[in-house]
Design a protein around this ligand. Structure first.
Ligand code: ZN
Ligand code: ZN
Length: 572
């Protein structure tokens, strides 16, 4: 599908127009169309062939012609033309948070800033700060944005990496020679939100053959190394994967060793030393005699502790807990009975309520909640009360036809800039489930607004509480501790939004919330069925936050959830 490419081009045209100071309506037309195309479920090429491009919202005659031009010639002449008069690194520059097209234009004209390196220079020598309209706060925000951008560059989101790992594992199992256990190690196995590269371990006595099958994979664009026990490649010019072939007798030790984290392993080695043992990737040794290595569990056992789930291995107290036998029974994917934040065509989702419910149900859940956007989110086709009432009716009709599955009515109600909610209590009281989220005015008292929202008896969950986007922005300037305190006080749950670029709350914040007795709701925020499997990233994040089944409201049955809701607790 060329949907993403076309959406990106429209976004780039909008960026350039904004850089050049063109009229706002022209810029917005491209932005709106780009957004609609990126969220399109159908292949845009099909729509074009069938003469149905006009069905995409915001795509008028002129833009239809541009789409046609791209699908015929592979480019859009307007973009080529526009791109001649802007800095070569404009799009890279604009990926820096707090550095918008207008500032970019000023920095280009006055200081010749064309690349990230240039930006770094004018920040360092103070010349950016001297430009008109550049306050100290603004410059500081750009500096932070650039730092964040440069650090994000080196790591890939787990949501992009895990599907690749799954494919490679499936491929090797099918094509490779006699492989026993085959597992990712490193930060992928620990479920970290971003990873630097992928480490795989294969149990085999035929190392060279496995490495050959690995380096022969069709997606390999560069072979960095290939031997009898180790292979290293770049897949699709994008991500580095290393594989190690290990005999059965040291597979457990190698898995432990290469899973890390570094801090966890350093701490373990200290303990081993005190006990007179040595541990490395080949096994655990007492006086040079190997006493274990086949099973990972045995290594921990010999060190006097219970096995530690990989997600906890960050040396954040898990070793002490394991020594005392206090490692919690972590949440598992199977414990999740419901996805409670799903969108439909009633706002900016791709499928109808019935279609999306089918897709959710097919994942084995027992119930779900539709939480489409409220009217203030007009960029996302937010619902007014009339449409919301219509959706409630549609859901009721569907529920009456279904056995073994329940759809809760709901809404992702906007927390407005003044801290009130987009719908009044009368409307909210008609819904089964309510998520309140901040989608705009990130700089306008987000903490106070979220706190006020939690004081509403109908608000069950605060959606994506910090607003961060892992690849793009750090999130609202929010006081997480204050949010957690209020959530505990009011009995409001905080969300772990499972979308790979959000994972919000993060692992660390989720642990803070859980330690304070706050319940967590893990949801996909799916706008398309393809998003539903991302629940696993939310579950991994929760596990990294030491979450047990009891901490997560998605593990409750519908009846238990109703009993938990503060609106019902308050009444009794
Ligand atoms: Zn949202
Ligand atoms: Zn949402």
């Amino acid at each position: 599908m060329k949907n993403k490419q076309i959406a990106e081009i429209f976004d780039q045209i909008a960026d350039i127009l904004e850089f050049k100071g063109e009229l706002v309506f022209k810029i917005n037309a491209y932005r709106r169309a780009g957004r609609a195309i990126s969220e399109l479920a159908e292949d845009i090429e099909d729509l074009w062939r069938e003469g149905r491009l006009g069905e995409i919202s915001g795509v008028g005659k002129g833009l239809q012609e541009k789409i046609g031009e791209f699908l015929t010639t592979g480019q859009i002449a307007e973009l080529q033309e526009l791109a001649q008069h802007v800095p070569s690194g404009l799009f890279e520059l604009l990926s820096v948070q707090n550095f918008g097209p207008k500032t970019a234009a000023l920095a280009f004209k006055e200081l010749g800033v064309e690349t990230l390196t240039d930006l770094q220079r004018v920040l360092q020598d103070g010349s950016l700060a001297k430009l008109p309209g550049m306050g100290a706060k603004k410059v500081e925000n750009i500096r932070k944005g650039l730092e964040f951008r440069l650090s994000a560059e080196e790591r890939l989101s787990i949501g992009l990496v895990v599907p690749i790992v799954d494919e490679v594992v499936a491929y090797l199992k099918k094509v490779g020679p006699k492989i026993g256990r085959l597992s990712p190690a490193g930060s992928v196995r620990r479920g970290r939100e971003t990873v630097h590269d992928i480490d795989l371990l294969a149990e085999t006595d035929h190392g060279a053959d496995v490495i050959k099958a690995f380096t022969d994979m069709p997606e390999v664009t560069q072979i960095l190394g290939a031997g009898d026990t180790k292979g290293s490649v770049i897949l699709n010019d994008r991500v580095q994967i290393d594989i190690r072939a290990v005999p059965a007798e040291s597979f457990g030790a190698a898995l432990q060793y290469f899973t890390g984290s570094k801090d966890h392993n350093v701490h373990l080695r200290e303990i081993a030393k005190k006990l007179g043992y040595k541990i490395n990737e080949y096994g655990i040794f007492a006086n040079d005699k190997k006493i274990g290595g086949d099973q990972e569990e045995a290594i921990y056992e010999k060190l006097g502790m219970s096995w530690i789930p990989p997600e906890l291995r960050e040396d954040r107290g898990e070793i002490e807990a394991a020594q005392q036998g206090h490692i919690p029974q972590l949440l598992q994917q199977e414990d999740i009975l419901a996805d409670l934040h799903v969108h439909s065509v009633y706002s900016d989702g791709q499928l109808t309520v019935a279609e999306m419910a089918d897709a959710v149900r097919a994942r084995g859940y027992r119930y779900m909640a539709f939480c489409d956007h409220s009217r203030y989110a007009n960029y996302a086709n937010g619902m007014d009360e009339k449409r919301l009432l219509k959706q409630i009716q549609e859901i009721k009709a569907l529920n009456s036809k279904m056995k073994d599955f329940v759809i809760l009515t709901g809404c992702e109600v906007d927390i407005l800039p003044d801290g009130t909610l987009d719908f009044g209590d009368e409307m909210l009281a008609q819904l089964d489930f309510v998520i309140a989220s901040i989608h705009s005015g990130f700089k306008t008292n987000p903490t106070e607004r979220a706190i006020r929202a939690m004081q509403n008896p109908y608000v069950d969950v605060i959606g994506h509480p910090t607003g961060r986007l892992i690849s793009r922005r750090e999130g609202y300037d929010i006081d997480v501790n204050a949010i957690i305190q209020e959530a505990a006080k009011t009995g409001t749950a905080l969300e772990i939004n499972s979308y790979w670029d959000r994972l919000d709350l993060s692992d660390v914040n989720a642990k803070l919330a859980i330690d304070a007795g706050v319940k967590i709701s893990i949801n996909t925020d799916a706008h398309h069925p393809e998003h539903l499997p991302m629940m696993r990233y939310g579950v991994a994040t929760a596990r990294r936050g030491w979450a047990t089944k009891g901490d997560i409201i998605n593990t409750l049955t519908v009846d238990e959830l109703k009993k938990w809701q503060k609106r019902n607790r308050i009444r009794t």
